[in-house]
Design a protein. Structure first.
Length: 314
């Protein structure tokens, strides 16, 4: 199943929804936000039901936002927050002078990761290497692990130094489950809501780069989610981490984190069909998607946004 994203934006009002998926597992994350009168703005597609995304609403000119659908994203409420593990831990590199993004999870493809679902941020049905993406329109990289690895604890790590913008915890983390409310889509989207598989940020200066005025909110169907703002990382505004294990989130809004620092454990919260991390890159502003992988089918033709080649080699 795929994560769902809805994005609504308003001059008067709006909403967006999007979803995320993974190799074999699709997590609901992401969304779009900040729409314009024309229905597209804020770096997202205004059509509902898109994959991998955050959903959100934007209010410009004092308009009220109306519900949407699920996606993954962050609001300040977290359980088990509190900054922590030091930089340089295994998994995501840790060298302070690295340039680019470090691998965000303690698993190695072909060994302890069970699969990778690549992005399709330009929605042409192809991954960067011209192969199949996680699914058409996939907005992030899904890194799958086994149920055993989830149970044992698989660390999720900050891909670069930054400041936590949003962090959510407390959602059931073994989706799908037809009888578990935290695995179901919410009936609507509202600022600061945490219903079903979706969590929403408060209404705030979360449009564009956050400096151009207006108010937006984002909703993520990743259940337990962290978003980190980065500065000084070429081509990267922020990174998002979805479907995290319940009770594992170690950071809260405003915390400064270091590359390689453990921020949570991987799980299967939200719109997900199995244990995995949905890792998403925002390039130039809130929910303005970027593909960290470079290849002949783009949309990133080079250089890669990763610090190492392959990313997990660091």
């Amino acid at each position: 199943m795929r994560p769902a994203r809805y994005y609504f934006l308003f001059i008067a009002l709006g909403t967006c929804a999007a979803c995320n998926g993974v190799v074999g597992h699709h997590g609901a994350t992401g969304g779009i936000g900040g729409a314009a009168e024309s229905g597209t703005a804020g770096g997202g597609d205004a059509s509902a039901g898109m994959l991998d995304g955050a959903s959100g609403a934007t209010h410009r000119g004092g308009a009220a936002a109306s519900g949407g659908a699920a996606a993954s994203g962050g609001t300040p409420a977290i359980e088990g927050a509190g900054a922590s593990a030091a930089a340089g831990e295994a998994g995501a590199g840790g060298a302070p002078d690295e340039v680019g993004l470090s691998w965000p999870i303690d698993c190695v493809p072909g060994q302890t990761c069970t699969g990778i679902g690549y992005p399709d941020t330009d929605k042409d049905g192809k991954a960067h290497d011209c192969g199949a993406p996680g699914y058409p329109g996939h907005e992030g990289t899904d890194i799958s692990i086994s149920a055993e690895a989830m149970a044992a604890g698989t660390a999720v790590r900050a891909a670069a130094d930054g400041v936590v913008l949003f962090a959510f915890d407390g959602k059931f983390d073994q989706c799908p489950n037809a009888s578990e409310p935290d695995c179901q889509d919410p009936p609507s989207l509202e600022p600061d809501a945490k219903v079903g598989n979706t969590v929403c940020t408060p209404l705030g200066p979360y449009c564009g780069t956050g400096t151009g005025g207006g108010s937006c909110y984002w909703c993520f169907a990743g259940g337990n989610v962290i978003v980190i703002r980065h500065q000084g990382v070429p081509g990267v505004f922020a990174t998002r981490y979805d479907h995290l294990a319940k009770g594992s989130v170690r950071v809260g809004p405003g915390d400064q984190v270091k590359r390689g620092q453990q921020i949570a454990d991987a799980g299967s919260a939200g719109n997900s069909t199995g244990p995995h991390l949905h890792f998403e890159v925002w390039g130039t502003g809130f929910y303005e998607l970027a593909d960290p992988w470079a290849g002949p089918c783009g949309p990133n033709y080079g250089p890669s946004l990763w610090a190492h080649d392959p990313p997990w080699a660091g």
